[in-house]
Write a protein that binds this ligand. Structure first.
Ligand code: ATP
Ligand code: MG
Length: 360
């Protein structure tokens, strides 16, 4: 069986370092591993509209931003197909048929959707499209026959929902859809990177992000203003590293080389943490180190972005070509789905033949 990746991002804002450690970095590694037959990377504009119906211009503007983010982290259009979700109407059609295989109570149990509803104060007025977006995500994944979906932890319930749809569909209509596997980051800190405000998740919708496209100065300012341990008032006080986003970011980003280069007083992160917990190490020093680590990671991304920004029509063309290629794949799957459901009346003359035979 072919090894196929499908993953994507909502164009609700520029991409941030949470996306980077949660999914983008892994995608580039998988792309470069050469182990995958096809890689599809989707800008999920239709999904973004499910909670941004009143702000279509926001979604529209962020499509090119996200594309630039993709290219700047090293996604390569000659190896990965970059495309825009709404340009593939077949995905909407699949969603419609899959909706019949999912109950309202099943959707209500989705913990990610539940917390997103709370976060958006939607309780009394949940848009139907938003409530059902896990079904549309199942359409995205299955349309490309994805075997692997590299995403952050918040996507686990979506993958479970998708697998249930695949099993149900195959049981009812015959083996048609491919069962996908989730691929989570192996570093725990990357599963769900917190915001610079210490909130549980760095999220475009919460405005607590360090963006991949932030300037060097922006990044430094954000790092220096980060939430840390509120009980660590004086340098001498013992500090906590648990729930302290500065240390979570170091868990996610720093490596041995960073210590050798920027802070050789410490062998590694464990030693640094020990000192912080013992007391006698100020937050400013740790933040300065984190800033150096982040700048080291972000500067090649920034450079690549500058290059692509010089040729925006080429970026636009990549999305256009990618969307055409993706549409071909999705329409083949839709054809198979409709054949399995026997709603392919005009593919052949079976329907009229069967009817006439019974009619006699
Ligand atoms: P929105 O607030 O509009 O939902 P978002 O920041 O949650 O935006 P998405 O486009 O929904 O971003 O998510 C894209 C991908 O990035 C998903 O695979 C998701 O799991 C991952 N991701 C998003 N935020 C984080 C985070 N803070 N840490 C790790 N992974 C993340
Ligand atoms: Mg999200």
């Amino acid at each position: 069986m072919e090894k196929i990746i499908l993953t994507g991002d909502r164009p609700t804002g520029r991409l941030h370092v949470g996306h980077y450690v949660g999914s983008l970095k892994r995608r580039v590694e998988l792309q470069e591993s050469g182990e995958y037959d096809k890689i599809f990377i989707m800008i999920a504009d239709a999904q973004a509209l499910t909670d941004n119906a009143d702000h279509p211009e926001k979604v529209r503007q962020n499509i090119m931003q996200v594309a630039l983010d993709y290219l700047s982290v090293g996604l390569d259009p000659s190896k990965s197909t970059l495309f825009i979700q709404s340009m593939i109407p077949e995905l909407t059609e699949l969603t419609f048929y899959y909706s019949n295989l999912v109950t309202v109570s099943r959707l209500q149990r989705n913990p990610t959707v539940k917390s997103e509803i709370k976060m958006r104060n939607f309780e009394a007025s949940i848009p139907v499209g938003f409530f059902t977006y896990p079904i549309s995500q199942a359409a995205d994944i299955t349309a490309f026959k994805a075997t692997t979906v590299p995403v952050g932890e918040d996507q686990m319930p979506m993958l479970e929902q998708c697998k249930e749809i695949v099993h149900k569909f195959n049981a009812v209509y015959g083996e048609t859809l491919v069962d996908p596997k989730i691929l989570l980051p192996d570093n725990e800190a990357c599963l769900r990177l917190p915001g610079i405000d210490g909130k549980a998740k760095m999220s475009k919708s919460l405005g607590n992000c360090i963006y991949l496209s932030d300037t060097e100065t922006d990044v430094r300012k954000k790092v220096m203003s980060m939430f840390t341990d509120p009980t660590h008032l004086r340098v001498e006080d013992p500090g906590h590293v648990e729930g302290n986003p500065v240390f979570t970011y170091l868990d996610a980003f720093s490596n041995q080389g960073h210590f050798e280069e920027f802070w050789p007083e410490y062998q590694n992160l464990d030693e640094l943490k020990e000192h912080y917990m013992r007391g006698g190490l100020g937050d400013v020093k740790v933040k300065k180190f984190l800033n150096k680590v982040l700048q080291a990671e972000l500067s090649p991304i920034r450079e690549r972005r500058k290059e692509w920004e010089k040729d925006l029509p080429a970026v636009y063309e990549i999305l256009k070509k990618g969307s055409e290629a993706a549409r071909e794949v999705a329409s083949e799957t839709l054809r198979e789905v409709k054949a399995a459901m026997k709603i392919n009346y005009f593919d052949n003359d079976d329907m009229i033949r069967e009817f006439m035979a019974a009619y006699k």
